[in-house]
Design a protein around this ligand. Sequence first.
Ligand code: GLU
Length: 320
Amino acid sequence: MRRLRLVVLALLVAVGLLAPGAPARAAQDLLFGGGAVTGVYFKAVLYACNIINRYSDGTYNCIGRPGLGSVFNVNAVSRGLLDFGFVQSDVQYQAFNGEDEWERKPLENLRSLFSLHTETVLLVTRAATPIRTVEDLRGQSVNLGNPGSGARVNAEQILELYGIDIENDIRAEGLQQNEANQALIEGKIDAFFYTVGNPAIAIEDIADAVEIRIVPIDSPAVQAFVAERPYYVMTEVPGGLYRGVDQGVVTYGVNATVVTRAEMPDEVVSDFVSMIFENLDELRTSYPVFETLDPATMMEGLSAPLHPAAEAWFTRQGLL
Ligand code: GLU
């Protein structure tokens, strides 16, 4: 009988129900939303979660999720379906301030944390098509990006700036980026828009498979549009990054930012930002897009208020 009691006791200790010290606590899941599997957001959430999981001593179980992109992420974070998410700086601005898609229903609980890399709005075609300017898209089959992506937001605004009607002037597709890559290679579409950090594997893969051209997005209307908005900047896709694209190509860019919601506990936010910033070197060496990460520029491009715990941590570090 005594023996049986000892066995039961040992079993209870083993399963953690009667631990002699502090009771073992299950790790807290943190869901971090990225983008298409061939994009940069998904890489970023995988590397970031890897850092959180290795340095948090079992406190967190951070899960990097592939997803539909900025618009989806910002809505999912606000509603509590994701804890953290990547979102383009322009989409962050629109969502928090109740513009465009969020007119009259701003995401008031959205809180920003930091920026990571810069992204450029790309218009990619095969070198063999006659498409050399945005104007030339008329009559062609063009992927705008899947609904839920930030890329699609940019594609729609560019076509509007050029007076190209989506319904009547082009054959518009709404493919996810991995499908769009294949479709461009196989000639099923003539061009696609994609807003992404460089060098993106998605673009490298296509450039290795077919001759490509990146088309400039630059007109007086585009320049005025960018100048009026603090979250856009005219920039260049550097030459020499993708096979066959030797010269820089003018376009505009955004910041890839990380957001959460006001309800996220201070302790979690403080742990999250401190672990990322204290291990930035690991992120820098993990992937070429992150090579130039700089804490000072990581404070830029944020239009939703900082989460108070992030603000407190950045202040203590002298970053604000
Ligand atoms: N900027 C893109 C979007 O929001 C995603 C880019 C990426 O996955 O790296 O749709």
